[in-house]
Design a binder for this molecule. Structure first.
Ligand code: 5GP
Ligand code: ZN
Length: 116
């Protein structure tokens, strides 16, 4: 928990937001500024600012995060049509919220990586 973190505040109810899914590892919300018909954020419960804070040991929570992403893709009806998972890491990665999270985008064809 970081006091000034939007995602921690959403998780503990300080900022009202629809929680679509929640488990021991992570929770899922809709992105406030969707870039595709389905645009979800899969957010670890534990506050890590970025990947570099995870340490060197494999982190079991990450298996849960990918499992939640797969389950949410099914629920959103994009599992068969396909979807994209993105982690923006650090300044050059375009990370805006410094609580590690994974974007799940789908519901339309996503061409290329759209970088630039
Ligand atoms: P980043 O660039 O850090 O990977 O992505 C952060 C994402 O969080 C952005 O896509 C932004 O639209 C989303 N976001 C920022 N603040 C809020 C918020 O208060 N609620 C929700 N649902 N999404 C947010
Ligand atoms: Zn946080």
């Amino acid at each position: 928990m970081a006091d000034d973190c939007i995602f921690c505040k959403i998780r503990n109810g300080e900022i009202p937001s629809e929680i679509l899914h929640s488990d021991d590892d992570c929770f899922v919300i809709r992105d406030i500024n969707p870039l595709a018909p389905t645009h979800l954020l899969v957010i670890p419960n534990r506050h890590f600012a970025q990947l570099s804070e995870l340490g060197t040991e494999p982190n079991p929570a990450f298996a849960g995060i990918f499992a939640a992403a797969r389950a949410m893709a099914e629920r959103e009806g994009v599992a068969d049509s396909g979807y994209r998972l993105i982690i923006n890491q650090g300044i050059d990665g375009g990370q805006e919220v410094m609580h590690l999270h994974m974007h799940l985008l789908g519901g339309k064809p996503l061409r290329g990586l759209g970088l630039g």
